[in-house]
Structure formats: structure tokens, C-alpha cells
Design a protein around this ligand. Structure first.
Ligand code: SF4
Ligand code: MG
Length: 323
């Protein structure tokens, strides 16, 4: 499969303002130099604890936030070089689905209006055709025509997520970012929605970036997984490789905390010390060093380079530096 998306050294720093003159006192480096590429029709997951920068990364990739530095190439074009007005025309190619569809679906609009609106906004067809497409789309996501006249509050959480999926896909996007899209749902509803997403990916030939704090959820649908910590990518590998043989101490700890992950050898639970540090005041050297059981002198002074240590298996940790 060809590469569709290439993220190069992406940074998003937010200024912290303070004092009488509200001057910039420092920066939160929410995303601090991440790089990866995604192939066509692939599902790439970004995992990490809350506050690690994964949502900010997703939004910056879609240009919902302006980047501080870096490049995002999509089908051979740097998205950040496209003028604002021209980018508006491309916006439909990139859709974002959130955790809480209730806050992203206008409560005053019926399902039909919610589905017709993006088609008309992007000038993709006539109103009559849009209504036809809305009928097809509700059916495709497991709802029915009788739901078209109803309002978001009349649905369960899982059904509302089906509506936001329908709204995102009705314009036939190329890349869909799913930000904690199933996190608010019960486990049984979660798996229904995940299966729906897998089916739709094939039918609509979609490329997914799946953002989640839950390594268990992403396991079954991801082709590759990247693990973020304090704005940086700690490890990135094919799903099987990451779960069978995690290299980074952070990934090892996250995986050891999942109770019934069926691994052949029983791994010992690694308890992480402390919390994620304040992102406005990160530690020197390796961002993970304050919680790392393997931290050593070098980790205090040098931030490890993100490097490929095996075939398509990347890690940022001094334990894998060439001796
Ligand atoms: Fe731990 Fe050092 Fe590796 Fe960071 S670089 S993960 S502190 S061993
Ligand atoms: Mg988030």
C-alpha cells in the first residue's frame, strides 16, 4: 500500500501567559516533534494517558489547530502550504469523530438535517440528492429511515455515535480521525461500533487514525500503534510486534496493567511511580525518566532519539542506543 499521510517533526506549543501584561511566560509543548507515516486504508492508533498530546496531534494534523512547526503531507501535498481558502475545499476529505457525540451534534437539528448539512455546505449535491444519501447512510450505520425525523436526545449513546459516523462519512472523506470515539460507551456497545467502523473502512476505503487511552481497545483494529508520552512518540510498531514484544519501558508498563491480555508468558505487573509530569514543566532528558524503572545517568541529560531498531519498530530509549 502507498503512503498517504506523512507527519514530519510536528510540534504544537501553546504559550502560557501571565503577569500584568499577559506576556508569554513559557510554553506547554503539547506535541513536541512527532513523525510517522500512514499507508492507504491503514488503521494507525495513537495511544497514551490523558494529557500526552494525542488529541492535539490529531487536531493539528487536520489543521483545526495551527502547527508550531513541522509538515503534514497528504497524497504528496503539504497541507500546511495550502492557502486557507483552498484548504476549505479539501476539508471534507478529513473528518474528525469525537468521544461525545452529544456535544458535537446540534440538538436542534433532526438526523436528516444533520446528515444533509455537510453535503450542502461542501456543495456536493442538490438537496433532493442529499436527502436520498441521508436515507442510504442511516441504513448503512445500522439505523433506519424512521430515525431521520428524530433529534439527537432521542437516541442512546451508541446510536448517537452511529449518527456522527454517518455525518462524517456521508461526504466520502479520505482520512478519518477517531478521538476516543468509543471510550464513553459500554463494552458491548463499544465492540458493535468498532465492528461497524471496520466494515465502513473497507466499504468507503478509509484511512483511520484511532486515538485512545486504551491499549485493549486498539489491539483488534490497528495495523500499527504509536505510543505517546508528554508530547513525544515513545514507540511505534506493527500491532503484533508491539503487544508481543514491547521495547519501551513505558509501553511495557502500560501492557502489564491490562488484566486479561492473552499473552503466553505471564508478565509481571509493572507499577508506574507517580503521575504524568506537568507538561509546562517537563523533566530534562528523557520525558519518561521520573517514572522509569530503568532510568540511568544518561536519561537525565539526553533526550533519546526516536530510532528504528527493528523492521518498522521504532523506539525512543537509551536502552537501545548503539553501545
Ligand atoms: Fe527509561 Fe532512560 Fe529509556 Fe527513558 S531513556 S525510557 S528513562 S531507560
Ligand atoms: Mg484527548
Amino acid at each position: 500500500q502507498p503512503v498517504v499521510l506523512e507527519v514530519k517533526n510536528l510540534k504544537k506549543h501553546f504559550p502560557i501567559k501571565g503577569g500584568v501584561f499577559k506576556t508569554t511566560q513559557g510554553y506547554v509543548k503539547a506535541v513536541d516533534g512527532i513523525s510517522f507515516s500512514i499507508k492507504e486504508n491503514e488503521t494507525f492508533s495513537i495511544v497514551g494517558e490523558s494529557g500526552c498530546g494525542k488529541s492535539t496531534a490529531g487536531r493539528t494534523i487536520l489543521r483545526l489547530l495551527e502547527p508550531t512547526e513541522g509538515e503534514v503531507w497528504f497524497n504528496g501535498e503539504n497541507l500546511y502550504d495550502i492557502k486557507k481558502r483552498a484548504f476549505r475545499k479539501k476539508r471534507k476529505d478529513f473528518q474528525l469523530i469525537f468521544q461525545d457525540p452529544y456535544s458535537s451534534l446540534n440538538p436542534r437539528m433532526t438526523v436528516q438535517e444533520l446528515l444533509v448539512e455537510p453535503l450542502l455546505t461542501h456543495d456536493l449535491c442538490s438537496k433532493k440528492e442529499a436527502i436520498e444519501k441521508a436515507k442510504e447512510m442511516v441504513d448503512r450505520v445500522g439505523l433506519s429511515e424512521k430515525h431521520l425525523s428524530r433529534f439527537p436526545h432521542e437516541f442512546s449513546g451508541g446510536q448517537r455515535q452511529r449518527i456522527s459516523i454517518a455525518r462524517a462519512l456521508i461526504v466520502h472523506p479520505k482520512l478519518v480521525i477517531l478521538d476516543e470515539a468509543v471510550s464513553a460507551l459500554d463494552v458491548s456497545v463499544q465492540s458493535q461500533i468498532l465492528n461497524l467502523l471496520i466494515d465502513l473502512q473497507e466499504e468507503f476505503e478509509l484511512t483511520y487514525i484511532f486515538i485512545s487511552h486504551d491499549l485493549n481497545v486498539v489491539k483488534h483494529l490497528s495495523d500499527r500503534v504509536g505510543v505517546m508520552y508528554l508530547g513525544q512518540m515513545m514507540e511505534l510498531a506493527k500491532t503484533d510486534d508491539l503487544y508481543k514484544e514491547p521495547l519501551h519501558p513505558y509501553t511495557k508498563a502500560l501492557l502489564s496493567a491490562i488484566p486479561n491480555l492473552s499473552t503466553t508468558e505471564k508478565k509481571e505487573r509493572i507499577i508506574l511511580q507517580g503521575d504524568v509530569p506537568d507538561p509546562s514543566n517537563p523533566p530534562s532528558g528523557c520525558p519518561f525518566r521520573l517514572r522509569c524503572p530503568a532510568a540511568h545517568d544518561r536519561c537525565v541529560t539526553e533526550n533519546p532519539v526516536f530510532q528504528e531498531v527493528k523492521n518498522d519498530h521504532w523506539v525512543a530509549c537509551h536502552l537501545y542506543d548503539e553501545k
